[in-house]
Design a protein around this ligand. Structure first.
Ligand SMILES: [Zn+2]
Length: 130
């Protein structure tokens, strides 16, 4: 009987240690996410609303819109090591990942012909309801 209660105690302690480890990991992930994200309302996006860009390939005017990067964009200059399968929230470009509902998006310009996309990740934008 005493042996069984010792086993239960060990299991309870193991579960508590696992849960507190998980809480610490979640705390740091959330902190990194918050530090890397700046969100403004669509009405405040004065620069993005006025900006027009021409496609760097065909020089046609690009269509202005929004893009959802989903779980964030990983980018590395080509002189760096290749992007590995083990990327974390820490390697995501700032302002490219949104955990809000509906998700915040990035201002983007797209060329339908060349399939080129210019994405502004200086801020995330909370779109207004239409
Ligand atoms: Zn083009």
């Amino acid at each position: 009987m005493e042996e069984q209660s010792q086993r239960i105690l060990i299991i309870v302690i193991a579960v508590l240690v696992a849960l507190s480890s998980l809480a610490v990991v979640l705390f740091f992930l959330l902190r990194a996410y918050r530090k890397n994200n700046r969100v403004i309302n669509e009405d405040e996006d004065m620069h993005g609303a006025l900006a027009q860009y021409n496609c760097p390939k065909c020089s046609q005017q690009m269509k202005k819109g929004f893009a959802l990067a989903g779980r964030g964009i990983i980018y590395q200059p080509e002189e760096h090591a290749r992007i590995s399968s083990f990327v974390t929230i820490m390697s995501v470009l700032e302002n490219t990942m949104s955990m809000s509902l509906p998700p915040a998006v990035n201002r983007a310009w797209h060329c339908d012909t060349c399939k080129y996309l210019i994405l502004d990740h200086s801020t995330l934008i909370r779109q207004k309801k239409k």
